[in-house]
Design a protein around this ligand. Structure first.
Ligand SMILES: O=C(O)CCC(=O)C(=O)O
Length: 265
């Protein structure tokens, strides 16, 4: 499967692209069941809601995956980290053949998965999840350039109520000043200039099996989950093969998986 010219242009213009019903429902159910078991037992490495809120920018840049902190008895897991090594089903999804030509098209060169970033089951748990504020994923990543794309798989329906992703179309191509972000590099919501841009936000309710590709510099956010069921999604990131992680940074600490493929048509 490959993208049409129109889809490819849309990705480059907006910074994201929806691929409806890309994964089979049975696969989504299997991934979700395994993820729920890992979540139930808090199988490390995980990121908790506590860590997500408390960590400074510097800590986030260094974290390689922790367990549940001993001093926090009741924790809500925000994400299961390092999912590539957790289960063959997770690995097979990340290495699936069908998406390789599409990733090649959007990156403009052979895709390589970076296990340093995302590589996660992302959750929004009922009652305990928090809002994810406007940010660019690239803020804590260290590569030669920004040719990276994330692959988000909805394992069930995602909507305004349970915390679907919201995007600011085209923001991946915009240049921002440091003053437009807070100390943790969240995009400030109370400056008039930012507010005007935030008003252009968009979101699309997702069905189980939908994939969203989004650029690493696209501003995005998500609500907390206001329903009674967990929202669980799978996200990993691929980069262009020539785009090297900068030595000495967290981005260079993990393996990379080359996604070889048949030549593009
Ligand atoms: O909280 C979410 O669902 C979105 C997560 C996200 O944007 C991120 O961790 O980069």
């Amino acid at each position: 499967m490959t993208l049409t010219d129109e889809q490819l242009t849309r990705f480059h213009t907006d910074g994201f692209l929806l691929l409806p019903q890309f994964a089979k429902a049975e696969l989504c159910d299997t991934i979700r069941d395994i993820a729920l078991a890992h979540l139930k037992h808090k199988v490390p490495p995980v990121e908790t809601e506590y860590e997500y809120e408390a960590k400074s920018k510097e800590e986030r840049e260094k974290t390689v995956g922790t367990g549940v902190p001993h001093f926090v008895k009741e924790v809500s897991v925000r994400r299961l980290r390092q999912v590539y090594e957790r289960d063959i089903v997770f690995r097979e999804w990340m290495e699936n053949e069908a998406i390789r030509p599409i990733l090649h098209q959007v990156l403009g060169e052979p895709p390589v998965i970076t296990l340093a970033h995302h590589n996660s089951i992302m959750t929004k748990m009922p009652h305990t999840s928090t809002e994810t504020r406007w940010h660019q994923d690239f803020r804590y990543w260290h590569f030669e350039n920004d040719n990276l794309v994330s692959v988000w798989l909805a394992l069930e329906n995602e909507n305004d109520q349970n915390g679907v992703l919201e995007f600011i179309p085209g923001s991946h191509r915009m240049h921002f000043l440091a003053e437009q972000f807070d100390v943790k590099e969240y995009f400030l919501e109370d400056s008039p200039e930012n507010r005007e841009l935030i008003e252009t936000k968009t979101s699309h309710a997702l069905q189980k099996g939908d994939v969203v590709l989004f650029h690493c510099k696209l501003l995005h956010r998500a609500n907390k989950n206001m329903t009674d069921s967990p929202k669980i999604s799978f996200v990993y990131t691929a980069k262009g093969k020539s785009n090297k992680a900068l030595p000495g940074t967290r981005s260079a600490l993990f393996d990379e998986i080359e996604l070889t493929q048949a030549a593009l048509p």
